[in-house]
Design a binder for this molecule. Sequence first.
Ligand code: ATP
Ligand code: MG
Length: 229
Amino acid sequence: MIPHILLSVSHVSKAYRMDEVEFAALNDVTLRVSEGEFIAIIGPSGSGKSTLMHLIGCLDTPTIGTLSFDGVDISKISNRELAMVRNQKIGFVFQQFNLLRKTSALSNVELPLIYANMNAKERKVKAVEMLRKVGLSDKLSNFPSQLSGGQQQRVAIARALVTNPRILLADEPTGNLDSKSGREILDMFQDLNKSGHTIVLVTHDMNIAKEAKRIVQIKDGSILSDKKK
Ligand SMILES: Nc1ncnc2c1ncn2[C@@H]1O[C@H](COP(=O)(O)OP(=O)(O)OP(=O)(O)O)[C@@H](O)[C@H]1O
Ligand SMILES: [Mg+2]
């Protein structure tokens, strides 16, 4: 069977304009992601990895080129429509966890479901179930400051997955973790991919990139190589 193409990035460039000077953060990038893939995007600092993730994650739109997600052209839609695609189809995990500080683990995970207009009862059931899956059933009421780094990242993963997104995007998800917690998060990604989740992970570390089934190297805003294991 031909795998379903989930995401298609076609001849995409992204320029940032600062003080009349234009800087090309991405330059003619073409990339197709099929359902069920586990891809690592690797490259040095400033190579355009996060810029690419922001485009894929519907946080920004390209200067030139097209992106389509699940058959929908997301390169020209309004911010409102982008936010809808983001909420319904994309799970994002960041290096800094990005949890709400004065909010319990449970409420953090419920948040995307509030945006999705789910009722309170259903929301709680889903969030509790997701936190159980990431091994945090005993930490539902803890604030982020009352959790370890690895546990905070697991809350962030639960939050990313609670809407049942089509793709999980992770930008240096182990960058702020010690090696043991980092290993746990990578193991979790392996399990998620085995159970069918599509994952795109950004890293500058080849040892982490090797976890993925496909490695895309990026430098100065362009793809240098794209290799499947
Ligand atoms: N909002 C912005 N305005 C201007 N320039 C930007 C902006 N965002 C990123 N850039 C520039 O674009 C380039 C690519 O940045 P990007 O954040 O994508 O790099 P990266 O590969 O994620 O690096 P790192 O590994 O350090 O996170 C950098 O040179 C950066 O300075
Ligand atoms: Mg980055």
